[in-house]
Design a protein around this ligand. Structure first.
Ligand code: PGA
Length: 272
């Protein structure tokens, strides 16, 4: 065996032990995709699949399909959520979906403040913070998305921008409630572009966010808040990204549309 073979064996062992050492969240954000028939065949493919107990699988479909998720995933390991919520219980809010409706269909999670909501629908931190609050009050786990655009990244000022998004988004949440929140770091320049942040960039940014959380909420809580990475994650790069420190899982758009990809990503993050 030459030196390179030995290095390869050692590297594979290190990768295996890092992946073995934690459970990952694999969250799919379907955005505005899929027809009813496509949803049914996706759900039929995953509903009885044995994902093991290590990772948590979550899918956020367009809300009209929630009834299918409730029906098909009743006895499944796969959990589901919504892509957005309006921070009121009921009332004259044309086109919006409330937590009451989401809960009625068994949704356990809500993606909030996604960059597409922030940029295309002008959502501000104030509105997002109200959404986070109503979720926490009603036992829906918020996945608060943050992320800088390319200009902010290049300016070098993106860390200030990220901490501001976290601070404003969580302003209505008490220290003890913080542990119910999931944060997803999604650099806008990597969403849907095929240009993934490098594992080094992910690690560096996640470590920065982690240290901010520890500083704000104390070590015990700050180190436990799940921190997802999102932006062009797929079966071919998920393993490398999982090795980056402080990555608790992934928020996945395009690559979550295929049931086989979700199954494969879970296998990769289970060392199978
Ligand atoms: P992508 O989307 O995986 O297609 O880049 C991620 C997201 O927007 O959550």
């Amino acid at each position: 065996m030459d030196k390179r073979d030995i290095q390869e064996i050692v590297r594979n062992e290190v990768i295996k032990s890092v992946i073995d050492s934690q459970g990952f969240i694999i969250a799919g954000n379907w955005k505005m995709n899929k027809t009813k028939h496509e949803v049914i065949s996706f759900l039929d493919e995953i509903k009885d699949h044995d994902f093991g107990s290590k990772n948590t699988i979550i899918i956020a479909p367009p809300s009209p399909y929630l009834y299918l998720f409730e029906d098909k995933l009743r006895y499944s390991q796969v959990l589901y959520g919504v892509q957005n919520l309006f921070p009121k219980e009921t009332g004259a809010f044309t086109g919006e979906v409330s937590y009451v409706v989401a809960k009625d269909f068994g949704a356990k999670y809500a993606i909030l403040g996604h960059s597409e909501r922030r940029t295309l629908f002008s959502e501000c931190d104030l509105l997002i913070s109200k959404k986070v609050r109503i979720c926490i009050q009603n036992q829906i786990q918020p996945i608060l998305c943050i992320g800088e655009n390319l200009e902010q990244r290049k300016s070098g000022d993106y860390k200030r921008y990220l901490t501001n998004q976290i601070k404003e988004g969580l302003i209505r949440i008490s220290g003890s409630e913080i542990k119910e929140v999931i944060i997803a770091y999604e650099p806008i320049w990597a969403i849907g572009t095929g240009e993934t942040a490098t594992p080094l960039q992910v690690e560096e940014t996640h470590m920065f966010i982690r240290s901010y959380l520890v500083k704000e909420y104390g070590t015990e809580i700050g180190k436990e808040i799940p921190l997802l990475y999102g932006g062009s994650v797929k079966t071919s790069n998920i393993k490398e990204l999982a090795l980056a420190q402080s990555v608790s899982g992934f928020l996945i758009g395009g690559a979550s549309l295929e049931a086989s990809a979700i199954i494969e990503m879970n296998s990769i993050l289970s060392n199978k």
